[in-house]
Design a protein around this ligand. Sequence first.
Ligand code: SF4
Length: 346
Amino acid sequence: MIKSRREQFETLFPDQPAFRWKQIEQGLFSTAESWEDLTSLSKEIREKISSIPFSTVEPENILKSGNGDTHKVILKVEGDKEIESVLMKNKREAWTICVSSQIGCAMRCGFCATGKMGLSRSLTADEIIDQYRFWQRYLDERPELEGRISNIVFMGMGEPLANYGAVKESLNAILKHTDIGRTRITVSTVGVLPRLEQILTDDDWPHIRLAVSLHSAIPATRKEIVPTSYDEFLPKIEAWAKAYLKKFGNRRHHLTFEYVMLKDVNDSEKHARTLANFVKRIGNVRVNLIPYNLTGVEFQCSTGSATDLFQKILKEKGVVTTIRHTMGDDIAAACGQLIVENNKTK
Ligand code: SF4
């Protein structure tokens, strides 16, 4: 069990007042580069606290896309493990970061490089927060990369809701100490129903945006793409989504269904119509079609015309549908692939 920075601090300084930790947490989100820079702390505390890691992630390898709009880093974490994290230019002339929540993943989605790695362990809240801090500093040190981090997506390695406590803690810390609002953060889940149910009644869960990776509204197809899915998943997620939107939905708060476009698997007109009917039964749901760009495994990307037709059918049925703009495919095609490639070269 990895001790959090806070636990280590409380062991080192059992008699400090509660506000001291708040002061330290604030300092972690500042431009400070080491404990030494936190001059609001006494010299004695700064000396003693140096045994606690100022950052729990260490960059190993950074890649930039040819056009400079995507930067990916492999970060080393406790136990000599690696995760990846991504910085992407967004439409607002600011940056979106894509963070990992686990090392590997147990969900085994057939199209995903991370799923092929299996699960090594979940990340701590510190390790998730420190991905944000890493990119914040990366931008601070490179004034030519204009713009701030305006959005965060939990779409890197791992299933965020399988690491519920640490993800919640990191979300609350980021919301507290940065100017990023709840509608600028998206947690993407393959649909861990017990945790989705928990969100309905958890007062500490911050109501950021949720995206459910549906990939098909036909049970057998979904099972083919997400082998950990089960027959009752679709009616259960439909009931959950209705309850979620009844409780939290409003003009600014919708649900998203992610849908990776796989040639001859889930991209037929029948699939589009079934998805449209499924979404229409639920309500304020948007569909995001994702062009699939990882080659060398059992799936292939749908053609551009199949994707356009799929979108047209959904739109004709009144479903708000976007096609995700693919970025950084020259440096790593999909989440987890960078780690796989990195390890091949070792
Ligand atoms: S797509 Fe997400 S949930 Fe599925 S295996 Fe990959 S990381 Fe895990």
